[in-house]
Design a protein around this ligand. Structure first.
Ligand code: 4NP
Length: 156
């Protein structure tokens, strides 16, 4: 059965749209479009309807990732049924998702992105919004590592 992944951060304009683009790149590279798909959303509604942050877009573009998603908020009534993997970028995202979960089985779907990293050193994807360029590059470094681990996990 097709595996559906939802990447979640706070605003859905920096980290989770990037996770979506990096993961889609891997799915395409491995020809897994029929078996795996992904989307992204935010725990907050601060940026609903917005394109990804321009700084995040330009850092991603340099690595060949096109950020096309438009920010939306997590919809607990739909998303916990629709998605098999619901992946927060940091501990706050994970706590907020756990609060939104309505069924025990929903809780099993929630993970933290860095749990799929194979390179050590990070236990969250840090929010880059109020920082400088290094923060955006770090987000992409961590996401590239984690997306690879996640896809391997899904492939089994
Ligand atoms: P994101 O980054 O959660 O990676 O999309 C943020 C975007 C916006 C805000 C915070 C984090 N904000 O406070 O508006």
């Amino acid at each position: 059965m097709k595996q559906r992944v939802l990447f979640v951060c706070l605003g859905n304009i920096c980290r989770s749209p990037s996770a979506e683009a990096v993961f889609n790149g891997l799915i395409k590279k491995e020809g897994l479009q029929e078996t795996v798909e992904c989307d992204s959303a935010g725990t907050s509604g601060y940026h609903v309807g917005d394109q990804a942050d321009q700084r995040m877009q330009s850092h991603a573009q340099k690595r060949g990732y096109n950020l096309t998603s438009i920010s939306r908020q997590v919809d607990p009534d739909i998303d916990f049924d629709k998605f098999d993997w619901i992946i927060g970028m940091d501990d706050n995202n994970v706590y907020d998702l756990q609060d939104m979960a309505q069924k025990t089985n929903d809780l099993h779907k929630i993970h933290k992105m860095t749990d799929f990293c194979s390179r050590a050193g990070h236990n969250s994807v840090p929010d880059p919004y109020y920082g400088g360029s290094d923060g955006f590059e770090l987000v992409l470094d961590i996401l590239e590592d984690a997306c690879e681990g996640l896809l391997n996990e899904i492939k089994g």
